[in-house]
Design a protein around this ligand. Structure first.
Ligand SMILES: Cc1cc2nc3c(=O)[nH]c(=O)nc-3n(C[C@H](O)[C@H](O)[C@H](O)COP(=O)(O)OP(=O)(O)OC[C@H]3O[C@@H](n4cnc5c(N)ncnc54)[C@H](O)[C@@H]3O)c2cc1C
Length: 347
């Protein structure tokens, strides 16, 4: 079967890789080339028990996290290169009584759900992560969380997909009309411009800092109420992220950078003196219910959606790829697809 995938962010690349792994002939088109949209700015945090703000999102995120080990292993083997991916946990921290109470409530929810975690006081949190500020009064450790270096993962997906015959073309898809071959709309924030009927996906800008350290100041992802820090193996740290409703504007701002530095310094004071390597900016593809749009179009045969992943596109990439490949190649609907159907928006 021939399949066209519109968009080469992490979602389009993961979908293309999975389709080709199962024998499809896939062409991916993207005017910018792979990984240059929101994916480029992503912190790559894999944390459904922090980011799962609704039952449906939590279910999708937890399910996708369950596929991560095997998906990354397959991609790395097919690409012939390792991918920076660590499941060393997240440490969510509180710097006020109100935040500490919120962490205690989150710990109760995790207990009820049977998810492994530890609720710590400030000193215990600092024993785990000595770089934390004295202002940290509590911490919630979720060991199964982690991160993947999103850009490196996307490059590996491209290499693995190419080895399985996927062709990447620097081209742009206009609005989708009836096509002989299946078309997967995976154009992130730009999806509404190419979908057969206007898709309710809008851009929410995020700015992220890449700071340089000689030695990793942290051993795991640290998540504060106003900033998170992701320590990479090379010692550098990602600090995220702003959330701004400014349309299709992908520029960094001085205010964004200053604000992020102040928020991160409150959690880990060493951030203040670290050189800035880069500011990354991306447009998160947001839907009104903050759930992705995945599945077959209800208005045009042969058109499929894999978009609207908002804050969790990296986390949800494996599950999205598996669900779309099942659907396009075998007409099979996984149970989780019911949580993300396009027809809830009349698509
Ligand atoms: C600052 C920031 C931090 C984030 N942190 C995390 C995180 O920690 N964990 C997590 O899971 N998620 C995170 N996200 C969200 C995640 O990055 C996105 O959900 C994900 O990258 C969306 O991927 P995508 O492939 O759908 O979109 P994109 O990466 O935006 O890719 C869409 C592609 O479509 C292309 N395109 C546009 N128009 C057309 C056209 N007409 N034809 C063909 N192609 C077209 C674009 O060029 C682009 O390459 C973060 C996002 C930001 C901005």
């Amino acid at each position: 079967m021939n399949v066209i995938v519109a968009g080469a962010g992490i979602i389009g690349c993961a979908v293309a890789y999975e389709l080709a792994s199962r024998g499809a002939r896939v062409r991916v088109i993207d005017p910018r080339g792979p990984g240059q949209g929101a994916t480029r700015a992503s912190a790559g945090v894999l944390a459904p028990y922090i980011e799962g703000h609704s039952d449906a999102l939590l279910k999708l995120g937890a399910c996708s996290l369950g596929y991560y080990d095997s998906f990354v292993a397959r991609v790395a083997a097919d690409a012939g290169r390792p991918v920076e991916y660590r499941r060393a946990g997240t440490l969510e921290v509180a710097c006020s009584d109100a935040e500490a109470s919120e962490l205690a409530r989150a710990a109760e929810r995790l207990s009820r759900a049977g998810v492994a975690h530890s609720l710590l006081d400030g000193d215990a949190a600092r024993r785990l992560e000595p770089a934390l500020s004295r202002a940290v009064s509590a911490g919630l450790l979720v060991p199964q969380h982690g991160y993947v270096a999103a850009t490196a993962f996307t490059s590996a997906l491209v290499a693995a997909a190419e080895r399985r015959g996927v062709v990447f073309a620097a081209d742009s898809l206009a609005r989708v009309a009836q096509s002989a071959d299946p078309v997967v709309i995976a154009a992130g924030s730009w999806s509404s411009r190419i979908a057969p009927s206007p898709a309710p996906v809008r851009p929410i800008r995020g700015q992220l800092l890449h700071l340089v350290f000689d030695h990793p100041p942290l051993t795991r992802v640290v998540w504060g109420s106003r900033a998170y820090l992701v320590p990479w193996e090379d010692g550098s740290v990602l600090v995220g992220a702003t959330s701004e409703d400014v349309g299709f504007d992908e520029r960094a701002t001085e205010e964004g950078v200053t604000d992020l530095l102040a928020r991160a310094t409150a959690v880990a004071p060493a951030v203040a003196g670290a050189p800035l390597r880069e500011v990354r900016v991306g447009l998160r593809p947001a839907t009104s219910d903050e759930l992705p749009i995945i599945g077959a179009s209800s208005t045009m045969r042969g058109v499929y959606y894999a978009t609207g992943h908002y804050r969790n596109g990296v986390l949800l990439a494996p599950l999205t790829a598996l669900m779309v490949a099942d659907l396009v190649l075998d007409g099979r609907e996984r149970a989780e697809l019911a949580l993300a159907r396009p027809d809830r928006f009349g698509l």
